[in-house]
Each structure stands twice: as structure tokens, then as C-alpha cells.
Ligand binder design. Structure first.
Ligand code: 13P
Length: 247
């Protein structure tokens, strides 16, 4: 019922010309898939990406957006520009944004609202830090982040939202949550959505992210509540990423 969605978060990698090269390599490798495939290049590579993606089944995503329409916000970019560049998805509240760029639950919520208002689909990231996991508060942390990110969102918009569960300790470390552990936490997230939105929670797609790769994708994707993946390192090589897509 929920269509699987695998997204590559290229983070601050791939210049515009490298972006074009990677997209050209990737296109034929994921052509026939039933999975929704998204690539999220750096903002400055989106224009090149749009052109390279013409005629392909791969959707375009951005890694961030600002919550105002326009104005004196040096260095930021708005939803309208992303839409003009053919962007369909936007990652909001990635843990690296929270850690290095002061992204808070409040700004995440504002960005979710603006994206939805403009017709972009948010990929909202939640996840506990290592210390929180060790203290046994993972469920509380992700439930709180989920509820605060979605605060005030209308039930009719809920199906446009993708949530990515990314345990911070698993990002770029080679350590993944076990598939059972990831599934359990994702069920907590879905439950938090259900408390506000009842049955709409069943249509929200929830991805796992954190050292997901060609080797562990099939096992993670086989879990009942894991609907996709948000892939960092393993999305930077066409062959590796295509193996995750074709898990
Ligand atoms: P890695 O796949 O490199 O662990 O990164 C995950 C991630 O942060 C995707 O957003």
C-alpha cells in the first residue's frame, strides 16, 4: 500500500559537473524499478541535475529550504526557486542541519509548513543521539521530534510527508540499527503520527537512514514499517546506489 521510496542525500558532495556524470550513470541502472527514486544534490547543483534528469524516472530533491517566501535572508533559498528547478522533495531537519546550523524543532516545523503550502513534499528527519539511545529515551525523542515537526499540519497534507528515521550514531559510521530495532522505532514514529492523525498514519512513508547500503538494504526493507531509505555515502556511486534501489 505504501510505495517504497529510496532517496540519495548527496550532502556537500558532487560539483555540478560531477552531479551530471553521476545522474547519467544512475539513470539506466534504476530505469525499471517500482521503487520511487529520489536524488538530493547540493543546491548549487540542482540546475544541472534538472537538465540531466530529463526523461528519467528519478525525482529531484533538495537538502534544505528557508521558511520565508523571499526577502533579505542572505545565503538562503526559497521554495519557489526549488519548484522552478523541478524539485519535488525537500529534506528538512537533517541531524547535520540541527547540529551544525542551529536547526531546531521550531524551524523544522516552519519549513514543513512552508514546503507544504508551496507544494513541495517534505522528507522530515528525526533520530536520537548516541547518548539518548544509551539512556533509553529513543522512543521519547523521536516521538517528540515527530509531533513538533508536524505541529499544526492539516490531516489532508499528511500523505505528502515522508519521515526519515536516522539514528545520529548510525550516520556515516558504518553502524546501522538492527532491522528489528529500526522497525520498532519507526513503529513508535508511526504511532506518534496516529495519535494526531488517526488512520492517515498508515499512508505516511517512513524511511530508515544511517549506513544503509547494498548489503543491508534488503533486510531493512523487508521490515513491516520500513518504507524506504535515506542514503548518504552509498548513494555517491551509481552502482552502489542502484543496488539499494533494486534491493
Ligand atoms: P550515511 O548513509 O552516509 O550513513 O548517511 C545517512 C544520512 O545521513 C542520509 O541523510
Amino acid at each position: 500500500m505504501r510505495k517504497p521510496i529510496i532517496a540519495g542525500n548527496w550532502k556537500m558532495n558532487m560539483t555540478p559537473s560531477e552531479t551530471v556524470k553521476l545522474i547519467r550513470e544512475l539513470k539506466p541502472l534504476v530505469e525499471g524499478t517500482n521503487t520511487e527514486v529520489v536524488v538530493c544534490p547540493m543546491a548549487v547543483s540542482l540546475f544541472a541535475a534538472k537538465e540531466a534528469l530529463a526523461g528519467s524516472n528519478i525525482r529531484l530533491g533538495a537538502q534544505n529550504v528557508y521558511f520565508e517566501d523571499a526577502g533579505a535572508y542572505t545565503g538562503e533559498w526559497n521554495c519557489d526557486s526549488l519548484l522552478e528547478l523541478g524539485v519535488e522533495y525537500v529534506i528538512i531537519g537533517h541531524s547535520e542541519r540541527r547540529q551544525y546550523f542551529n536547526e531546531s524543532d521550531e524551524t523544522v516545523n516552519k519549513k514543513v509548513h512552508k514546503a507544504l503550502q508551496k507544494g513541495l513534499k517534505p522528507i522530515v528527519c528525526v533520530g536520537e543521539q548516541l547518548e539518548q539511545k544509551q539512556k533509553g529515551v529513543t522512543a521519547e525523542v523521536v516521538r517528540m521530534q515527530t509531533k513538533l515537526a508536524l505541529e499544526g499540519v492539516r490531516a489532508s497534507d499528511i500523505e505528502s510527508i515522508v519521515i526519515a528515521y536516522e539514528p545520529v550514531w548510525a550516520i556515516g559510521t558504518g553502524m546501522t540499527a538492527t532491522s528489528a530495532e529500526a522497525n520498532m522505532t519507526i513503529r513508535e514514529i508511526r504511532q506518534a503520527v496516529r495519535e494526531r492523525y488517526a488512520d492517515a498514519a498508515d499512508v505516511v512513508r517512513i524511511q530508515y537512514g544511517g549506513s544503509m547500503n547494498a548489503k543491508n538494504a534488503a533486510e531493512l526493507m523487508a521490515m513491516s514499517d520500513i518504507d524506504g531509505g535515506l542514503i548518504g555515502g552509498a548513494s555517491l556511486k551509481a552502482e552502489d546506489f542502484s543496488k539499494v534501489v533494486n534491493y
